[in-house]
Design a protein around this ligand. Structure first.
Ligand SMILES: N[C@@H](CCC(=O)N[C@@H](CS)C(=O)NCC(=O)O)C(=O)O
Length: 213
């Protein structure tokens, strides 16, 4: 079977993996799970991932892998000669890519989720301020850390896993009203450059079959 990706159009972690499949030129089947309808909390999905989160990859029938970065590493290691290397360069550069991924995946993403916002406050304005604070902080750190090895993309001149984390996070930042252009113009440029490529565009939320327009 083709790998089956359970995802949601607006899930930034799902976008990372969709773009990863595009860059690796690996065919996959997309199986939408509706977060708004809480389908990710239903028994069928909890059996795939007890955390109830998306994305989840069904690698083989009944064999599930969650956590987008684990999935990306699986993809890159399973198809080392196909498409683009998602973790490329010297061992230092590969470690730098992982560092940048974590700045988004563990240092930013979890703090701006509806869950974290809800724990912080019941007031919509307060929740927005909270999300903006963590997103701005994360992007500022990403900007500073990536500055020394940045080329056309975050590390060098080709997209890597670091960009797979960055671009969906910037998309989220814009939804939360963060002025990324002023905050980190270098990252805003990478965002525009990436979205102009067919691979990133095909993986983007609005292009998915489950997108609500
Ligand atoms: N670190 C995880 C994050 C997964 C995650 O938080 N996914 C969100 C969508 S981007 C989700 O499923 N949220 C719904 C929920 O947790 O109820 C990954 O990289 O896969």
């Amino acid at each position: 079977m083709k790998p089956r990706l359970y995802g949601y159009w607006r899930s930034s972690a799902s976008w990372r993996v969709r773009w990863g499949f595009e860059l690796k030129q690996v065919d996959y089947e997309y199986a939408p799970v509706n977060i708004l309808k809480k389908e990710n909390r239903e028994r069928a999905h909890l059996a795939r991932n007890p955390a109830g989160a998306l994305p989840v990859l069904e690698v083989e029938p009944g064999h599930y892998l969650a956590e987008s970065l684990a999935i990306l590493e699986w993809l890159d290691e399973t198809y080392p000669k196909q498409g683009l290397r998602l973790y490329s360069g010297t061992s230092f550069e590969r470690a730098r890519i992982r560092q940048l991924c974590e700045i988004i995946n563990s240092g930013t993403g979890p703090l701006q989720t509806p869950h974290a916002q809800g724990q912080h406050s019941a007031d919509a304005k307060e929740r927005q301020k909270w999300a903006q604070y963590w997103i701005e902080r994360g992007l500022r750190i990403f900007d500073q850390v990536s500055a020394s090895r940045r080329g056309l993309y975050s590390v060098g001149d080709k997209p890597t896993a670091a960009d797979l984390c960055l671009i969906p996070q910037i998309y989220n930042a814009k939804r939360f009203g963060v002025d990324v252009q002023t905050l980190a113009p270098g990252l805003a440029k990478i965002f525009d450059r990436a979205l102009a490529t067919p691979e990133c565009h095909r993986a983007a939320p609005e292009q998915q079959v489950d997108a609500v327009k």
